[in-house]
Write a protein that binds this ligand. Structure first.
Ligand code: SF4
Length: 465
């Protein structure tokens, strides 16, 4: 069997942007370095598929053990089907130089039912597109397919004792949608294969497709001609409007001069980007909050709380992707003591323990945080100052996250250090599952907790000057 050219991943890249597919296949070295946040999101759902296999127990895994063994996996799947196997996991099929892997294949009389597992709580259009491609390849490789279904996570499922697989997952038959999409899929495969035969990349300008449905891997390459700062560095303007303004006016000075719809907030961000200067103008309300804080006899502490959102519920009474606090740090703002760090061992639901401890520790003290995300304890959240447009720094060119606030406050991350909550959450999840580098990951989380309360302290000092 000839080696495949397209896979589900590369086909979908081509649906998003033909140039992305071309660069992926011909110039993979131009790909951007994958940010740790995206890696964390990718790895979040990896064990969901394994759990879903229990819906159809007794299967044999036909998947390739190495990326050079895809065609072997196709032959192995065929052999298992011919030898009377009822359930096959990671079944491989190839047709029209396109290869797909299917999570679960189930014999149904003299036909077959196909199931693909998604680690999500809802089905997006992209999942239907994936399914339509898989349906196409399976049918064109000569299999009598009875149905195609998507399996995804029931967001309302509440863990009570052991996981009940039947209640945890929802199965939706998408066969009719797959059939409706077949002529599009057939044409698109043909178009992609033809394009990949060309000597030059298709000429496609930047556009919304660079971020939808996924961030493209070649933004660094395709966007390098955009003169910075640009309207794409203005986080208060959504991506659709950014493109409208960019195509109409080009650079920021032109937009500021000619576009009537630019509001005060957007004007501030544009001027900050052009002049490379921060903006600070605290409102009456914020000044009153600060006044109250200065007049309070309580000691002032910076606080950071970390949460994780396990795809599959780990603790009784919790639901899939429920936000659970697992760690916090506290730092006196007058420099009178050490940072207090607490990371729950996670054997029981740590949420209650975290907030009980915090409530206890925070008696008679005033707390300040950044993007603190809780109603359990009273905290003055400094992010509201940023959200209200009272503070802005040109380093915040995509959002107002703590990661970019760190840049704004000139705090440089050490090599390999955690830079965002989502990565800390992923590491904690891995520690609970017994990752072999748990010790190193725990130490990185501790460093992150320390750095984050210092960030709150530094930002508060800056605002107080
Ligand atoms: S960055 Fe945009 S234009 Fe370039 S390949 Fe990706 S999606 Fe296509």
């Amino acid at each position: 069997m000839e080696k495949h050219i397209l896979s589900k991943t590369t086909y979908i890249k081509g649906v998003q942007c033909m140039k992305q597919l071309y660069l992926t296949k011909k110039y993979p070295k131009l790909r951007d370095r994958l940010p740790a946040e995206r890696l964390a999101i990718f790895s979040r759902g990896t064990n969901v598929g394994i759990y879903a296999q229990d819906l159809f127990p007794g299967g044999i895994d036909a998947g390739p053990k190495h990326y050079t063994q895809y065609q072997k996996a196709v032959a192995r799947t065929k052999e298992l089907m011919e030898n009377g196997q009822e359930v096959i996991y990671e079944a491989a099929f190839q047709a029209n130089r396109t290869l797909i892997l299917l999570d679960i294949l189930l014999r149904n009389g003299d036909k077959w039912d196909a199931y693909e597992v998604k680690s999500s709580v809802k089905l997006s259009r992209t999942y239907y597109n994936d399914a339509a491609l898989q349906y196409n390849v399976i049918v064109n490789s000569g299999i009598a397919l009875n149905s195609f279904s998507l399996i995804y996570i029931n967001k309302d499922y509440k863990l009570d004792g052991d996981i009940n697989i039947q209640k945890l997952f929802i199965i939706t038959d998408v066969t009719q949608d797959c059939i409706k999409q077949q002529s599009f899929v057939k044409d698109k495969i043909g178009e992609e294969l033809l394009m990949l035969n060309q000597d030059e990349s298709p000429i496609i300008g930047i556009g919304k497709q660079c971020f939808e449905p996924y961030d493209c891997d070649f933004i660094g390459h395709c966007w390098k001609g955009i003169k910075r700062p640009s309207v794409f560095d203005i986080p208060s303007i959504d991506i659709s409007r950014q493109f409208v303004l960019y195509n109409k006016y080009g650079g920021l000075p032109n937009i500021l001069q000619n576009e009537k719809s630019i509001d005060e907030f957007e004007t501030i961000e544009m001027n900050c980007q052009i002049e490379k200067m921060p903006h600070l103008d605290l409102s009456e309300d914020t000044l009153n909050d600060f006044e109250e804080l200065y007049n309070s006899e309580n000691q002032k502490y910076a606080v950071k709380i970390l949460y994780f959102t396990p795809a599959l519920p780990l603790y009784s009474g919790t639901k899939p992707y429920q936000k659970i606090a697992f760690a916090y740090s506290l730092m006196p703002l007058d420099g009178s003591g050490n940072v207090e760090l607490f990371i729950a061992n996670g054997q029981n639901n740590p949420n209650e323990e975290i907030f009980d401890r915090l409530l206890n520790d925070s008696k008679n003290i005033d707390l300040l945080g950044y993007n603190i995300n809780t109603n359990y304890i009273e905290v003055l959240d400094l992010q509201q100052i940023v959200d209200n447009g009272e503070y802005y720094h040109p380093a915040m060119n995509t959002d107002y996250s703590n990661k970019l606030l760190s840049k704004a406050m000139d705090i440089r991350p050490q090599w390999g250090a955690i830079e965002s909550d989502i990565v800390a959450a992923q590491y904690y999840d891995e520690i609970l599952r017994g990752h072999k580098k748990s010790k190193e990951k725990l130490s990185l989380i501790k460093n992150y907790l320390q750095k984050e309360v210092e960030l709150v302290g530094k930002f508060f000092d800056y605002l107080s000057q």
